[in-house]
Design a protein around this ligand. Structure first.
Ligand code: PMP
Ligand code: GLN
Length: 381
């Protein structure tokens, strides 16, 4: 079949999760927590089902969830949104990304992304018929050189697709770099799609800063969030996109022909989740920070070179100190070799070469699970 995708096989997350299951490995590949989100939010979902909320919600999402998303943006970032026109609920951040790229880009347009990039970016840009223009985050710290970003912009650039905190590297763009991104977008009149699904997972340094909050950015930025990351309900598939009406409307128009609408009971529950006290958000972050440090130390002890990230729930390890040179081969063998699964960076690169030595391990698992993974990894060297 002819589809606009270079590779139509199962993606890397599916492949590595299958290998993990086959070998009884500790799965530190696909990023999903092994403990549920807050109990009151589970109770809200059950109550929504019991209350009979079984039928289609409005296409752009339940009004109370759109209000909760808008209130969350105001409380945390001082961003003012009209919930009726500037918020659309989606089936995970995944649908928000797909609808945004299909609505806003097409043949002849270029979309600049930070490389390594989350695999859905390349797929959705391809589905839209646009061209992907990667800008490398430089190891070992996976920092963005704003000059490289400037060089990537051409008269065909339509969208800067930014992701901070960044999957897979864990990079959180510092305020000075965010200001340069904003300046570039303003100077070239670009749209920005800002994937901020890891907004609440920043462990030190300046807190998360949405691009939409910078001067001149509210009118050109579509911001994407997800209840999967913020509340540890990845299987609920509730996300959202926020921004000016002239961006949210076309995204909603496309969304209505992708999913039409997203699951009603979970929308009720996520509306309640977004109103949880700040302690929920900081508690999750603090617990993940401890687990990050545990995993990074374990990877170092196992002979890999670990990059401790400022954000997300992923540690990147350089496998060269083990005498390894190809992350994909390494990750394919790892479940059988020592009973752990991970994700290679190179599948998130257009040219895999610079990504080859790097492998991503998630730490959104219970401490005992991470300790077991670390014990198994110690048999590598
Ligand atoms: N963007 C990034 C950077 C992600 O890591 C993920 C989840 N892996 C998504 C989008 C998709 O989020 P969701 O599960 O809400 O569709
Ligand atoms: N966002 C998660 C990750 O990067 C899950 C991705 C997926 O399964 N598509 O691990």
């Amino acid at each position: 079949h002819r589809v606009r995708l270079a590779d139509t096989g199962p993606n890397v997350f599916t492949e590595m999760s299958e290998r993990a299951a086959r070998h009884g490995a500790v799965n530190l590949g696909q990023g999903f927590p092994d403990t549920p989100g807050p109990e009151p939010v589970v109770a809200s979902a059950i109550a929504a089902l019991r209350a009979g909320h079984h039928q289609y919600p409005p296409v752009p999402g339940l009004p109370e969830l759109r209000r909760a998303v808008a209130d969350h943006q105001r409380t945390w970032y001082g961003i003012d949104l009209d919930p009726a026109r500037e918020v659309v609920v989606t089936t995970g951040a995944s649908e928000a990304l797909a609808a945004a790229l299909l609505a806003l880009t097409g043949p002849g347009d270029e979309v600049v992304v930070l490389e390594p990039y989350y695999d859905a970016y390349a797929a959705c840009v391809a589905l839209a018929g646009a061209a992907l223009v990667p800008v490398r985050l430089d190891p070992p710290g996976f920092t963005l050189d704003p000059a490289a970003l400037r060089r990537a912009v051409t008269p065909r650039t339509k969208v800067l697709l930014v992701n901070s905190p960044h999957n897979p590297t864990g990079t959180v763009l510092p305020p000075a770099v965010l200001r340069e991104v904003a300046e570039l977008a303003r100077a070239h009149d670009l749209l920005v799609v800002s994937d901020e699904v890891y907004e609440h997972l920043v462990y030190e340094g300046p807190p998360h800063q949405p691009l939409a909050a910078l001067p001149g950015m509210a009118e050109r930025t579509l911001t994407i969030g997800s209840a999967g990351k913020t509340f540890s309900f990845t299987g609920w598939k509730v996300g959202w996109a926020t921004g000016p009406r002239d961006l949210v409307e076309p995204v909603t128009a496309v969304k209505q022909y992708l999913s039409f609408a997203s699951g009603t009971p979970f929308q009720h529950a996520v509306a309640d989740a977004l109103r949880l006290p700040a302690g929920h958000f900081t508690g999750l972050r603090d617990s993940l920070r401890r687990r990050r440090d545990l995993l990074a130390a374990g990877l170092e002890a196992a002979g890999l070179r670990a990059h401790t990230p400022r954000g997300t729930y992923f540690v990147t390890a350089d496998i060269r100190p083990l005498g390894e040179r190809d992350g994909l081969e390494f990750c394919r063998a790892l479940p059988a070799r020592c009973g752990v699964a991970a994700i290679p960076h190179q599948v998130f690169h257009t040219d895999p070469e610079p990504g080859r030595p790097f492998v991503r391990f998630t730490f959104c698992k219970q401490e005992a699970v991470l300790e077991e993974a670390v014990r198994r990894l110690a048999t590598l060297s």
